[in-house]
Design a protein around this ligand. Structure first.
Ligand SMILES: [Zn+2]
Length: 350
């Protein structure tokens, strides 16, 4: 387990004792800003056992980095999160004019989204802290991940969600035993950017947004992310008018960028990825691919560069947006002639 020596505010630098501080930095909060705190680890203790050359001997999942997680490895609540594949997407790379394009395929996590990483740590910590119930606010992915890990831990889970969240997501959360409650108020949701200390050089990080709060902050040189106006979108998981100071910092620190993806590109990109690469991302995750295409068109990504798109969750969690673009499977007589006719007439296959 990583030994947390302090909680640190990434914005104002204030330090706090390692304890429950669920509302983020109190100093920033007094100034009207919500900022999540980072754990600081005992670096000497980490260096004793966290030896890069020996990592290959460990299990290929998130827990191989246990010294950098605030969780007792022996008491972790784990369902096999992390260790997801980096899959090359050569056909999409060709279409986008990219040298190499990879998907970091987070749909392979236990509840098919990257939120399993967060939920595993949070529920493990809750169990260690003696919590009797786990609470969450979610558009679906986070709620399902929390509900599944709470079920594994034997803890009851309460998930607050929103009316516009797809019914499939609500079923998914409830199936794990979560008590799901709907509140139609736009509570803030957060997008997280993670950086790994093990890589030699940080890649440039680019945010693919639907509404562009990070893009606005970058363009105007702001030290906070402004709240902006939203409109209806199929990208439920990133349907937010706010983002985090950590995301802004990470983009600036890596000389990154933010790009706003138009609504009409989302489902088109989602189905293009499914048809050409066998990868079916949820609409919000398709924004990462659409963003890579836009940044290449704008010249921000050069023709020889390698791109990794984070595919944070999978498409079946909300099939409603893609369904109108797919033909209703026809019933056919069990004959060769009827089969060929249906393939020709419905699918244009000859
Ligand atoms: Zn602060």
């Amino acid at each position: 387990m990583g030994v947390v020596t302090a909680l640190v505010c990434p914005r104002c630098g204030a330090e706090y004792p390692a304890g429950p501080l669920f509302d983020g930095c109190p100093a920033c909060r007094r100034g009207g800003l919500g900022v999540n705190l980072w754990p600081r680890y005992d670096e000497t203790a980490v260096a004793r056992t966290f030896i890069r050359a020996k990592l290959a001997e460990r299990s290929w999942d998130m827990w191989r980095y246990s010294e950098l997680l605030p969780v007792d490895l022996g008491r972790r609540v784990a369902l096999g999160e992390g260790g997801t594949p980096l899959t090359e997407l050569p056909r999409l790379a060709g279409r986008y004019g990219l040298a190499r394009l990879y998907a970091k395929d987070e749909t392979r996590n236990p509840t098919w989204s990257f939120k399993d990483r967060l939920a595993a740590v949070a529920v493990s910590r809750a169990l260690e802290a003696g919590a009797r119930v786990v609470l969450d606010s979610s558009t679906g992915n986070q709620g399902a991940a929390t509900a599944a890990h709470a079920a594994k831990a034997g803890l009851p889970a309460v998930v607050f969600t929103f009316g516009r969240v797809p019914w499939t997501m609500k079923v998914f959360m409830a199936a794990y035993g979560a008590m799901v409650l709907q509140i139609d108020d736009d509570a803030a949701r957060r997008r997280t950017l993670e950086a790994c200390v093990l890589i030699e050089r940080l890649p440039r990080l680019a945010a693919a947004e639907r509404f562009g709060p990070l893009g606005q902050a970058l363009a105007a040189g702001l030290d906070r992310v402004p709240a902006i106006t939203t409109s209806p979108t199929v990208a439920i998981s990133i349907d937010t008018d706010v983002s985090t100071i950590q995301a802004l910092d990470a983009i600036r620190a890596t000389k990154g960028a933010a790009v706003t993806v138009p609504e009409e590109a989302i489902v088109a990109t989602q189905l293009e990825a499914a048809r050409t690469e066998g990868l079916f991302p949820e609409p919000s995750s398709a924004c990462a691919l659409a963003g890579a295409r836009l940044l290449r068109e704008q010249g921000w990504i050069g023709p020889g560069e390698t791109v990794v798109a984070f595919i944070t969750s999978m498409g079946l969690k909300d099939p409603t947006p893609s369904r109108p673009y797919l033909p209703e499977p026809p019933f056919v007589e069990p004959t060769v002639e009827a089969t060929l006719r249906a393939l020709r007439e419905v699918y244009g296959f000859t």
